[in-house]
Design a protein around this ligand. Sequence first.
Ligand SMILES: [Zn+2]
Length: 264
Amino acid sequence: MPELPEVETFVRGLTPAVGRSIVSADVRDAKLAVSARELQGARILAVRRRGKYIGVEFADGRALVIHLRMSGRLRIGCREPETKYARLVLRLGDGVDVYFVDPRRLGTASVCASGFDVPVGIEPLDAGFTSSALAELAATSRAPIKQFLLDQRKVAGIGNIYAAESLWRAKIDPRRKANGLARDEVRRLHRAIVGVLREAVDGLGTTLGSSVSDYHPASAEMGSFQNELAVYGCEGEPCARCGETIERIIQAGRSTCFCPACQR
Ligand SMILES: [Zn+2]
């Protein structure tokens, strides 16, 4: 599933769409809650990200809000991508088209009259996300810290990959209670989250596998953060820090990889 760095990569890839108008829209999947009529003629003022949501903001105050879920991706270009999974096509004129490709069809798209306003928490790459802000949020939760990090209403955009990587980097056991972390542990976790996400955004996200449902950035370049993963998908391999074998556990139905020796 695309997380903050992957969604951010798609949003940046859509920069050429800004300032253009939707000449026509081709809604190819009736499961999507949008109609060609409400999209046609809308002028695109900005494309922004909040958490894992993408907001295509229109000049009339409305916004097309997209969530990619498991397998969604956005492509921009003048040629139909070689896939049968395009669910929505926005034609912007001069041969610029935006494709919402989604093999598993779990992604969502809808036009919100009131603009791009989604129910998510603090942005971890914004200036407001300080160590004290994280400490304040963590103090309100008795959930294991891994689950706390996945809660989009608390901190926006972190999913299974970057939660596991941040906790490894901060040397914190994913089973610890969020409100049980000491102040210096929260400080380490804060630094780890920001560092991991920044590096992943710079690397255009994480590309896993090569099936149709896997993440591929909007540009021709591939995300490269998979080369930096320390624990995610590394079950059975030695920890890069201490040599202990990386373990995998299930927390609230999601798998978590961690080092049982140096994450405490
Ligand atoms: Zn270790």
